[in-house]
Ligand binder design. Structure first.
Ligand SMILES: [Zn+2]
Length: 152
């Protein structure tokens, strides 16, 4: 299905489903999960005709998803503006470990919900306080009730 040895360097070619980068209308789109042959030495990628078609379809679908989402650089900027590590930002947003790492690398795209949450934080930095309260397991105090629950 794939050559056993790389045509470029003679290295061994193995089956891989690692992310491939495809250009769609000028955008580099990271497309994971498409089976292909990959040279273990130089990284040259080999696709079957069927693989080429599947890769193109997946890349176009992904490009549509990504259009309009914050870019990996923008996500990093939001995080750094809060002076948070990737792990702290994950906790604040309520996403799993290594999720922000993957968003910032561009290997995984954020959901539309996470994207809007990050835009909200970017526009209204005070949202962070509400999220920190939620993340620490406490209910945020509703506006107008502050101080009303003072204990004797
Ligand atoms: Zn090679």
């Amino acid at each position: 299905m794939y050559p056993e040895l790389c045509a470029e360097c003679g290295g061994r070619v193995e089956i891989s489903t690692d992310a491939m980068v495809v250009e769609v209308r000028g955008d580099a789109v990271v497309t994971p999960g498409i089976e292909h042959g990959r040279c273990t030495v130089c990284g040259e990628e080999y696709l079957t005709l069927d693989g080429v078609e599947r890769l193109q379809r997946a890349a176009i679908r992904r490009s549509k998803q990504v259009r309009g989402l914050l870019s990996p650089e923008e996500i990093k900027d939001v995080r750094l503006s809060l002076d948070l590590t990737q792990a702290e930002f994950e906790r604040l947003l309520g996403v799993g470990p290594k999720t922000v790492v993957r968003w910032e690398k561009g290997t995984v795209y954020q959901s539309a919900t996470a994207d809007r949450l990050m835009r909200l934080i970017r526009t209204l930095p005070e949202v962070r306080c509400v999220l920190e309260t939620v993340a620490s397991g406490l209910q945020p105090v509703a506006p107008g009730t502050q101080g009303a629950a003072t204990l004797p």
